[in-house]
Design a protein around this ligand. Sequence first.
Ligand SMILES: C[S@@+](CC[C@H](N)C(=O)[O-])C[C@H]1O[C@@H](n2cnc3c(N)ncnc32)[C@H](O)[C@@H]1O
Length: 300
Amino acid sequence: MDEPTHIPVLVTEVLTHLVERPEQKEMQARGASFIDGTVGQGGHAEAILRALPGCRILGFDRDSANLDIARRRLERFDAAAILVQDSYANVTQHARANGFEQVDGILLDLGFSSAHIDDPERGFSFAHEGPLDMRYDRTGDLTAEAILNGWSVEDLSRIFRVYGEEAAALQIAKVVYAARKKVRITTTTQFADLVETVVRRRGKTHPATKVFQALRIAVNDELGQFERVLPDLVDLLRPGGRLAIISFHSLEDRIAKHYFSERNGETLNVITKRPVGPSDEEVHSNPRSRSAKLRVAEKI
Ligand SMILES: C[S@@+](CC[C@H](N)C(=O)[O-])C[C@H]1O[C@@H](n2cnc3c(N)ncnc32)[C@H](O)[C@@H]1O
């Protein structure tokens, strides 16, 4: 049986903002409800269910393997945890079907989990040879391999530039185009090696870091889905309910920040004036938490 491999980040901070509030007793008395849009292996969901006995949670993930782990982890909470294998993009329809229309809190913990990056077969890591997959939902049609071997130089260059903020985007796209004419690009290391012919190693960061991020975002339409779901999430909150977003890179954080500041004083009150990061202890014990940023807003 697979055990959880992903260490949830900023758990204390998420609980402080979503659960340990002045109205906690009242929330407990009426059986508060939460939505976890990226339940993953269920780390945050478990923490919330433990912190507020009697509450309910509706969790989503696109990845069936992670969801299986979450399901086993949350079994002991019985019907208080409902898990759905779908994108959070379809949150409204599932929330309606399950009676989660006026919730007390919503969490999005964006991006990939340790299970993705640690398993070469999933294709997220340039450190180990694996197929160029990168789908969270393995039933989806679009893979990183399809993008690299099928998209035009212009489109490749655009995603490397916009989703990877890669300065050498056009050069890399051209190298990919020339290489794939000779032989199909099928593995993570084959692509990473190509990138290394254009981008020099600097410090500890691998030259392919940015373009791998770009491909992952493109394969899963990550930024598009995130940006589009925000108004739906706000609609699902009861007045006083809170939306918590954990992001891992500046593109995601920028979307959260802009949305919150646009709505501040209208439909939302921004609770975190500056994003909350991990403590030194957390970074020490879980280095993958180092780039995490939490933003929280409350529905008016
Ligand atoms: C950082 S992990 C979440 C970890 C989780 N909070 C935990 O404690 O285990 C992000 C998860 O979001 C999932 N994911 C990414 N995009 C998604 C989407 N649009 N809808 C639902 N889940 C998504 C990934 O498959 C991954 O399992």
